[in-house]
Design a binder for this molecule. Structure first.
Ligand code: SAM
Length: 220
């Protein structure tokens, strides 16, 4: 099977299993070539539903998790979105597809080398006009471009970082894994008219969010 056929089969299977629920997100996942976001020695597993190592002890998340979190976030054309944890840049590319036309994605990564290779990759794939990669501690958000319609965190936090809630627009949504290693749940936070509502969704396993509102080095 060629890569495109394998991508199509994966997307069909994610739809069947209920991870993908909308045509828009399925189309974005059909469009973005995941094989170009994984290291060459991992490429044969690109279209298996599993996370893959990308160096520096980090991973590109499993496609089912990317699909599920993207559906929860529901990025729309014109949205301003912040992603915390750029990694390979794959999730940022999916978000960029969904906020077009008119929207923009800021993605922040603490490991400069990962940020730089993601920036180059996103630019070479034509996302340079819709995505900005920033190096820094994303547990503080990115106040320079706030407020955001949507924020997605792709590393596990000990609790919801207050700056991320502050940087949401009224009506904005934050999706974030919260919990200790191997025991996390996705949380959906909505900044509603009557205050901040939060609910717990499925259990997940993510690498830790470090930084000021993340896990300290001693917790790893
Ligand atoms: N979204 C990524 C992708 O599509 O490839 C996968 C993200 S990976 C599971 C988690 C990333 O979060 C790692 O690259 C890690 O370095 C980053 N990270 C952890 N703590 C961070 C922080 N405080 N600020 C920014 N990035 C952080």
């Amino acid at each position: 099977m060629g890569l495109e056929e394998r991508r199509r089969a994966l997307v069909a299977s994610l739809m069947e299993q209920g991870y993908l629920r909308s045509r828009r997100v399925a189309e974005a996942m059909m469009k973005v070539p995941r094989e170009l976001f994984v290291p060459e020695d991992q490429r044969e597993w690109t279209y298996d539903d599993r996370p893959l190592p990308i160096g520096f002890d980090q991973t590109i998340s499993a496609p089912s998790i990317v699909a599920y979190m993207t559906e929860l976030l529901n990025p729309l054309p014109g949205d301003k979105v912040l992603e915390v944890g750029t990694g390979s840049g794959y999730q940022a590319a999916i978000l960029a597809e969904l906020v077009s036309p008119g929207g923009f994605v800021w993605t922040i990564e603490r490991i400069a080398q990962l940020a730089e290779s993601a920036r180059r990759r996103l630019e070479s794939l034509g996302y340079g006009d819709r995505v900005k990669v920033v190096v820094g501690d994303g547990s503080l958000g990115y106040p320079e471009a706030a407020p955001y319609d949507k924020i997605m965190v792709t590393a596990a936090a000990p609790s919801v970082p207050p700056p991320l809630v502050e940087q949401l627009k009224p009506g904005g949504v934050l999706v974030i894994p919260v919990g200790p290693p191997y025991m996390q749940h996705l949380y959906v936070v909505r900044k509603g008219e009557r205050g901040v509502e939060m609910w717990r969704d499925i259990s997940v396993v993510f690498v830790p969010l470090l930084g000021k509102y993340g896990w300290g080095e001693q917790d790893r």
